[in-house]
Design a protein around this ligand. Sequence first.
Ligand code: NI
Ligand code: MN
Length: 243
Amino acid sequence: MSGDAMDMATQEAGNGKWGMTWFGHATWRVQYGDSVVWVDPFLADNPSCPITVEEVERADAILVTHGHFDHVADVAALAKHTGAVVVANFEIAQWLSGKHGVANTVGMNVGGRAPLPQGSVKMVPAIHSSSLPDGTYGGLAAGLVLEFEDRRLYFAGDTSLCSEMKLLTGSIDVAVLPIGDLFTMGPEDSLEAVRWMQPRGVLPSHYNTWPPIQQDAAAWKSSVESETSSRAYVPEVGQTLWI
Ligand code: NI
Ligand code: MN
């Protein structure tokens, strides 16, 4: 992690090499060079998402944090549409290949690291459940740390505030944290996570999809920036931040 101030532009072509786009709920696209990674793609039944699986132009890898429908519903379809490798915990990888015909999967588990195009992903603890939509056991829910050259991106996934986040203190450039409450941590606990981890930038996720997880992201951003040294960015759906 360099000491430079993070240059995070909101235009489509900024100074950074890493583009992060929010597609609503917990669905993110990370692009760097000519590689594209999706995290928890939830498109068809995601009321916030403006595009369909068929409209996705590219995915080299699809990363899955856990087995709930709002994280796995479109994984198989997107994998077939794009030919991407799916990286998930062992149980979800087995389910996708065995029951949904996904050709290329990597099964892993918490604590492990798997290669990505031009980088790697480490699966880290989250506190959450992970049953698959048909009731199959979905292994442990996880967070993901994506490591590329000089960027470390943390996707907390669905989780409560947990002390394992302290292990990431000072090592994260951009943290993507749930703020929706009810199913995950809410704004106050995510603010505490920012205090602990001290990422350079933080983005809110898993909110405003449905009324029970409605949150005021602007107020959350103000709290983060007045009470921590991290910068908060609240992208619109479909907007790309270049970091
Ligand atoms: Ni969940
Ligand atoms: Mn969820």
